[in-house]
Design a protein around this ligand. Structure first.
Ligand SMILES: NC(=O)c1ccc[n+]([C@@H]2O[C@H](COP(=O)([O-])OP(=O)(O)OC[C@H]3O[C@@H](n4cnc5c(N)ncnc54)[C@H](O)[C@@H]3O)[C@@H](O)[C@H]2O)c1
Length: 457
């Protein structure tokens, strides 16, 4: 099949699509193309996920407006089906890849999932099909990893036997469908013609700009936009720590800083989590390592200072929460060792069930090391729903020595601070998200600490 023929199929919605990896990104993408009338096959390695999806039941637990009903609709109408069998891919014209791309303990991407996908996909790749990596990848990965593995597995040459591109996703859990529909996309093709073909494809589901470019630019844009966010958050977090030390209130400071033109200080908090912001800056940095062979021998190394520093600041924030907690407990004559601590929120993001790289995990680990007893509440995370028998915050608060708010779930915004205070053994509240004001906590009679706010007792 030529690109021209593929374009016509895409325009007519005759192109048969596949989405490999039906997680937070792949599942809504598959649903949206299916909604537009494309025949979509989802390939997913987890059999229980495949079964759920084929039954029209979403495996995503958090508040995800529209996804549950859309999935039920497109599966019952037969536009989307899921399978674990790669053989089913042999009639697909377009294959989108949406698997996870984590970094290891040395901040290096192993691409285990991506490599496994490519090794399985190569032998069943149809002649003239288009492969698009939507996963976030380090600059140079399409060229250095994806292209060689696909050429080897398929026995065909890029741009002769298949076409290849990179169209990174910009979604956030909690807004998956609306983000997909309304956010602009960078569409990186290995040739300009491939990029134009990808634009035709995405035009079916995206109502915003589709910017065609080359694949390295697309890889750079995605990792740079998330590294930018990480650096900005780290700045806000560092100012929060400064405010705590010098008698300030970062929430007030931020509000006034942002009145100055061209300043947009981000929100500080108890830490950064999820599958994107904590690892995408490392992917951007890894791009430099991947490119080493491209540089002349006498060319200087790129000194990477800011990205690692921002990562270190953001990773330290759960420790700051532990310090605030220890300090507040001391002030009421209690030690952290032996204290019972109620952690409110285990997901990294409000109203989501996503716990990947959650700051709460780092906090809980630290508290346990310091011999505290920890109980966890999260309305969206199944482990903590079942572990606590779906008990309410109030039930868990009984006999606790402190409550630590780590996630700004809507449910916590409505907490009755007066009622809750009376349930704890010692009324200590640590607000890691600035959800409540000092006045509110003081009025309810708590001994409290708020991230970025100095103690005035
Ligand atoms: N989560 C987000 O908000 C978000 C936003 C933008 C970009 N991204 C990027 O999108 C990519 C996917 O992220 P995600 O959050 O959807 O991850 P995820 O873990 O939710 O989904 C990945 C899915 O792929 C499946 N999988 C793994 N190996 C497989 C294989 N060999 N064959 C078939 N399926 C396989 C997993 O079982 C899982 O269901 C990542 O690169 C991420 O950085 C994520």
């Amino acid at each position: 099949m030529t690109l021209d023929q593929l374009r016509k199929k895409i325009e007519r919605k005759d192109a048969r699509l596949a989405v490999i990896g039906l997680g937070y990104v792949g599942l809504p993408v598959a649903c949206m193309f299916a909604e537009k009338g494309f025949d979509v096959l989802g390939i997913e390695i987890l059999p229980e996920r495949v079964a759920k999806i084929n039954a029209g039941v979403s495996p995503i637990e958090g508040e995800e407006p529209g996804l549950k009903s859309l999935l039920a609709k497109v599966t019952s109408q037969g536009y989307l089906r899921a399978s674990s069998d790669y053989q089913n891919l042999n009639d697909r014209d377009v294959i989108l890849i949406d698997v996870e791309t984590p970094v290891d303990e040395n901040n290096i991407p192993g691409y285990n999932a991506l490599r496994a996908v490519l090794r399985n996909l190569g032998p069943v790749l149809q002649v003239g099909s288009l492969v698009v990596v939507e996963s976030t990848i380090a600059p140079g990965t399409i060229h250095n990893v994806v292209k060689p593995l696909l050429e080897e597995g398929s026995g065909r040459k890029l741009n002769e036997g298949f076409y290849l591109g990179n169209c990174p996703e910009r979604v956030m859990p909690g807004k998956l469908l609306v983000n997909l529909r309304t956010m602009s996309r960078v569409v990186g093709g290995m040739t300009p013609e491939t990029a134009e073909t990808m634009v035709l494809l995405y035009r079916h589901i995206v109502q915003a700009d589709l910017d065609p470019t080359d694949s390295v630019t697309a890889e750079l844009v995605k990792t740079a936009e998330n590294a930018y966010r990480d650096v900005q958050i780290a700045f806000a977090n560092e100012v929060a720590l400064i405010c705590q030390a010098v008698g300030g209130d970062v929430w007030k400071v931020r509000q006034l800083v942002n009145k100055s033109p061209f300043r947009q200080m981000h929100l500080p908090g108890a830490g950064v989590g999820g599958h994107c912001i904590p690892k995408d800056p490392w992917l951007l940095a890894y791009g430099v390592q991947q490119a080493t062979h491209l540089r002349a021998a006498d060319q200087q190394e790129v000194p990477l200072r800011l990205i690692p520093a921002a990562r270190a600041v953001n990773d330290s924030m759960p420790h700051n929460i532990a310090n605030l907690l220890q300090d507040a407990l001391h002030s009421v004559g209690r030690e952290l060792a032996g204290a019972r601590i109620l952690v409110l929120g285990y997901a990294y993001l409000e109203d989501s069930d996503d716990t990947r790289n959650s700051p709460s995990e780092a906090l809980v680990e630290r508290l346990k090391k310091m011999k505290a007893e920890v109980v966890i509440h999260d309305p969206y995370v199944p482990e903590y729903q079942s572990e606590v028998d779906r008990r309410s915050v109030e039930q868990l608060a009984r006999n606790a020595d402190a409550a630590v708010l780590m996630t700004a779930h809507s449910q916590y915004k409505k907490l009755d601070l007066n009622r809750l205070k009376n349930l704890l053994r010692t009324p200590v509240f640590i607000d890691g998200r600035g959800l409540f004001s000092a006045a509110q906590l003081k009025q309810a009679g708590w001994t409290y600490r708020i991230i970025g706010v100095s103690v005035q007792e």
